[in-house]
Design a protein. Structure first.
Length: 377
């Protein structure tokens, strides 16, 4: 089948790029032909090696925009979204593809769809939502209900929360998210059995991730084996960038801590993740309870045990013994978790490895994309 991927998210990197890679490479591996349908002037951060079609209307970013200017950008985005949807509807009627996947959606996409001919698409249109928090849920279900009569409009919600799957909608499908795997490395996943244990704190830096609290706690821990910490952060907003630089200056003299203030993508990102033995995610923001954590699913895909806050997809550690969780918002809990993880690592390494094998099978990218294809046929 020919499958259009309608992407409009502007990013300097991050997991949106790797998620699109899962779609393109796994669709190709299953014998399908993916195409990108993107706004005019859209710049790719990775060459997916698939054909590209351009839609009228440029994509806009909120980066660095505040106040009334943000409202103006929002209005332009809504206008252009209507243009993208109309152009996609025309292409569908001309037989250019057999289905459309919108890889990163919100209820706003569905709200826009109500006023657009694409709601009557002759081919399936699959909107992927990467989680629904309680504040968004009423808006999402309201828009989904109004589209129940449009047979080819389907919503896929990536979630681990069984309690959030009770709404009886024929057009909503709940699916497990896929793991991110190293696709450019000759990588043989195996947990370290001995030697210096290298911990990693990676991803987009935001102050809500409480890196400073983590660093303070890390330096007070009593470890029974040698430990190093690698901290990498990509920053989008100037305030976050200056705050991250402040932390680097403050803590860079500690010989067992290294910093990298840089966005990583492709092979460079994969090598950085592969170069540590475990990943630490002490984030406190409640939204991580409802939106699947791309970093956690990176850790699983790279066979890395974890230390995580209790708000980060708690269903994972409840089912898979691949690390240690601690109560969100408690620095004492974080210290205990770090010491427990490191000081019992050698005795639990085989248990973690088996849990990671099981989790990788359950959240396989091929399985995820095969399920999407099943909604098209």
């Amino acid at each position: 089948m020919k499958i259009a991927i309608m992407e409009s998210i502007i990013t300097d990197g991050g997991h949106e790029v790797d998620f699109d890679r899962i779609l393109t490479e796994e669709l190709t591996g299953l014998g399908h032909q993916p195409y990108f349908y993107v706004p005019e002037q859209f710049t790719f951060k990775f060459d997916y090696q698939v054909p590209v079609r351009y839609l009228p209307g440029a994509s806009r970013s909120y980066q660095g925009v505040r106040g009334l200017r943000k409202l103006a950008v929002s209005a332009v985005k809504e206008i252009n979204r209507q243009r993208w949807f109309r152009a996609t509807y025309t292409a569908a009627n001309q037989g250019e593809f057999d289905a459309v996947i919108v890889p990163t959606s919100t209820y706003r996409y569905l709200r826009a769809l109500k006023f657009n001919p694409l709601k009557n698409s002759p081919v399936p249109v699959i909107f992927i939502l990467h989680g629904i928090n309680p504040e968004e849920a009423p808006s999402f279900y309201r828009e989904a209900k109004q589209l129940t009569g449009n047979a080819n409009i389907k919503m896929v919600v990536l979630t681990l929360d069984k309690e959030g799957q009770d709404a009886d909608f024929s057009n909503i499908y709940y699916r497990k998210p896929p793991v991110f795997t190293p696709r450019d490395l000759d990588y043989q996943p195996a947990l370290k059995k001995d030697g210096v244990l290298r911990l990693g704190f990676f991803g987009q830096y935001r102050r809500e991730k409480n890196l400073e609290g983590f660093l303070k706690t890390f330096l007070t821990c009593k470890f029974t084996q040698a430990v190093e910490l690698a901290v990498q952060g990509a920053t989008v907003h100037p305030d976050d960038a200056s705050d991250f630089e402040r932390l680097i200056q403050k803590y860079q003299d500690h010989k067992n801590i290294s910093f990298l203030h840089k966005g990583l993508i492709g092979r460079e990102w994969q090598e950085a993740i592969a170069g540590v033995d475990a990943l630490i995610m002490p984030y406190d923001a409640e939204r991580y309870r409802y939106h699947w954590s791309a970093m956690l699913f990176t850790a699983i895909g790279y066979f890395k045990p974890v230390v995580v806050s209790s708000v980060i997809n708690p269903e994972i550690l409840a089912q898979y013994d691949l690390g240690v969780a601690f109560a969100s918002g408690t620095e004492g809990g974080l210290k205990t978790a770090l010491e427990t993880f490191v000081n019992t690592y050698s005795s639990k390494v085989d248990i973690c490895e088996n849990a990671l094998i099981t989790a990788n099978a359950d959240f396989s990218p091929k399985k995820f994309v095969s399920e999407l294809v099943g909604l098209i046929r």
